[in-house]
Each structure stands twice: as structure tokens, then as C-alpha cells.
Design a protein around this ligand. Sequence first.
Ligand code: ATP
Ligand code: MG
Length: 328
Amino acid sequence: MKIAFVGKGGSGKTTLSSLFVRHLAATGAPVVAVDADINQHLGAALGLDDETSARLPALGERLAFIKEYLRGSNPRIASVDTMIKTTPPGEGSRLLRIRENNPVYDACARPVELDGATARLMVTGPFTEADLGVSCYHSKTGAVELCLNHLVDGRDEYMVVDMTAGSDSFASGMFTRFDMTFLVAEPTRKGVSVYRQYKEYARDFGIALRVVGNKVQGQDDLDFLREEVGDDLIATVGHSDWVRAMEKGRPLAFARLEDGNRATLRTLQAAADAMYEHRDWDRYTRQMVQFHLKNARSWGNERTGGDLASQVDPAFVLREQPVAAQPA
Ligand SMILES: Nc1ncnc2c1ncn2[C@@H]1O[C@H](COP(=O)(O)OP(=O)(O)OP(=O)(O)O)[C@@H](O)[C@H]1O
Ligand SMILES: [Mg+2]
């Protein structure tokens, strides 16, 4: 299951992503955590010290390697130079699974110990000033988008992505790649402002979007969020002394997280798990093709000097257990 945490800067995306990852890992489920946020803090939130966080391999620096692996023997992709972040898989492409070992994880993922459980962590790498310009910015998260488009994940296994809610993720199609998107919102006008924008895209593309209230302090906060986002509000997290202790560098065992916040994490998992029945790999594949063609037209063809529409394998549908291609 692919799950994104999005929201306004400072809303608590990284905090809630990390708590959710800890929760899933504690159930024994395989988890790949991905830091695709401008502020790269997921490693720290998962308890890594600064030195270890700084040494994590950056996906953004290994883009060519990732492309080369995923391309496999796909005859429609002539070289990594013509492969852009939205180039969809086709016959011959290599796919990724949550539970396997593969060269991409070897190069880009690191295990993180979480109270006896383990999750894999992948990070895009730090964003610089230059990355915030349109196309370069994409190349950092492009590696994540490629992984999502080549991932054949099943039930009870998770990829959790800590992500910005910027317009960039709308342009790239990245926001359509999740079984469930949790929008983290504080009970303030600014906090819910991102929700409205996201909601529109979600409606247009059939995306499952739920709001998680953060730093919710009482009935007034709850009423405010209810009024602003209605039934999309799925659960709330209050001020957490557990999180604060972590911030002080005095982490507590995960078992000591407040009961109310643990209940919220269970609610989030149940909501994500329930989406399994609604999966539609045809739609998933169709949307990646749609965004690829859009990118091809707007900059990809010009950049690569080819017609990137020819990379689309019309017969290919990404699915959990790929059916072997029938000989012609
Ligand atoms: N429920 C909470 N209880 C206590 N502290 C919290 C809670 N949620 C978030 N915080 C604190 O608020 C700050 C911002 O949270 P966080 O870094 O998770 O936000 P973010 O949305 O990821 O921010 P950014 O946009 O900078 O990536 C952090 O210091 C975090 O520890
Ligand atoms: Mg963050």
C-alpha cells in the first residue's frame, strides 16, 4: 500500500509520517519510508543521529542508476538519457517489490532500527536553491516517482512517503500515485488552506484524501476542523509529549506514545488498508501514461530530442502479480 503524508510547511507531515512508520513496523509489516520533502527530516524523526542522516544515500544523486535498473530490457526505452521521471514501465521493465532485496534498495535504502522493528529508509537528498526551479526540482522527487510507477506492492506491506504539497507534485502526477493521501492540518486557516487546493485535484483524479488534524487541543479545534473539511477529517493528533521528548533528544520507547495518538495511528492504518479493495491498476497505469504524455509534450520531447510517446507500451498494465506476456 502506498501512503503519502502531505500538508503545509510545519504542519507535522514528518512527525506523523514517522509515527505511522513506527506503528506499521511495530506490527511486523514490511515498510519502506521515503523522505521526499524539501526539509529532509524523516531520518531524524525516525531517531537517526545527524551524522547518520547526513550519510544516507540520496536518491537524487542515483537517478541514472535507478533508471538503468528499472529500464531492464524494455525495448521502448532506448537509453537512460531518454528516460524521464514519468517514463512508464512496459514489457521488459524491472519492477520493484516492498519485500525483496534489489539493487535499488542496496544503493539507496538503509535499514532503520525502531524499537526492535526495522524499516527501510530512502531519501531524495537535500534540496538546494536551484532545485526549487521547476524542472530541477522535479529531478529530486523524480526518482521517487519512478519507484512508485514501478512498484508492485500488495496488502500488508507499505511505502510511506513524506512529501511537500507544492504545485510541483500536481504537475508531475506524483499526487496520483497513492492508495491513500493523508493531509496533515493544524486547526488554523492557513492549516486548512492547502486542503482546498488538494481536494480539487483529488476529485478530478479520483484520489483518496483524508485529513489528519494535528496539534488539536480541544473541542473548539475539533469543531473548527470539522466545519472546514467535513467528513474528510478522519482523526486527530494532540500535542504529544512523546514527540517533544524525541525533539529534546530524549526518546522514549514507542510503546509509551500517548493512547489517543496510538488510536489515531490505528485508524490511519485501517483507512489505508481499506483502500486495497478499491485498487484499480488499470486506472493507475492510465494516469501514469497520461502524465507522461503531458510531460513529453511540455518539455520531455524537447529535452531528449525524441518522441517520448513511443515509450508507452499500450498493452502493459502494472499489477501486483504481473501476468507473463503471451507470445505474439
Ligand atoms: N503532535 C505534535 N506534538 C508535539 N510536537 C509536534 C507535533 N506535531 C509536530 N510537532 C513539532 O512541530 C514541528 C514541525 O513538525 P514537522 O517537522 O513534523 O512538520 P513538517 O510538516 O514536516 O514541516 P516541514 O514543512 O518543515 O517539513 C516539529 O518540531 C515537531 O516536533
Ligand atoms: Mg517535514
